[in-house]
Design a protein around this ligand. Sequence first.
Ligand SMILES: C[S@@+](CC[C@H](N)C(=O)[O-])C[C@H]1O[C@@H](n2cnc3c(N)ncnc32)[C@H](O)[C@@H]1O
Length: 216
Amino acid sequence: MAKHDHHDHDHQHHEHHGHGGMAEMPHRFEHAEDWVGAFDDPARDAWQKPDEVVAAMAIAPGMTVADIGAGTGYFEGRLSAAVGAKGAVIATDLEPDMIRYITERAHKAGWANITAQLGGATDPGLAAASVDRILIVDVWHHLADRVAFARGLAAALRPGGQVIVVDFELTSDRGPPKEHKLAATAIASDLAAAGLVTSMASESLPDQYIVVARAK
Ligand SMILES: C[S@@+](CC[C@H](N)C(=O)[O-])C[C@H]1O[C@@H](n2cnc3c(N)ncnc32)[C@H](O)[C@@H]1O
């Protein structure tokens, strides 16, 4: 996506709903085709560094990985390859049309190990102790109850599991409007309140940070 595309899309969406604050979150991403141009813009790779994000997840073949708020499935091809034929990827989204889109995309692309399923606003919808890694990119600021959601993520982790949260630096020109951005410390605090131990991944993303959370 062009440098400001994501910001403009997100900003435009917020304009429709006003700027009254977090009570209005989350806003909607109802029609996948409206978002695919921005989310899957090949130019996004230059700053999103998806290979580096997936490397930070330390995925081993055979693992089960969830991508929460997967959107149009930008990360799915890489996650599918990382877990391999014996692994599984669960892509969730709040929007039924994103689930429809990812399911069709996975079929066309031959990502046989990917399942797309609807997630809940306050509950990620994952079974207890069922996943090894959870990726959540540019979603945290949309959550209606961040600590409740983090508790759901914590409960879904298998022993040794990790949650990997990628989001925009407060100073970045990309991502949501500044008033909706969250500092890494705020996300780490939400995850800690859910009983997880957090650390910052070492990375070279120009606009984002990566928070990693593990069970105690
Ligand atoms: C900015 S997009 C990011 C999409 C994708 N992670 C990416 O990096 O391309 C945010 C997505 O999160 C979804 N979302 C928001 N709240 C959610 C929730 N509670 N559970 C699952 N998905 C959610 C939205 O519907 C939207 O598709």
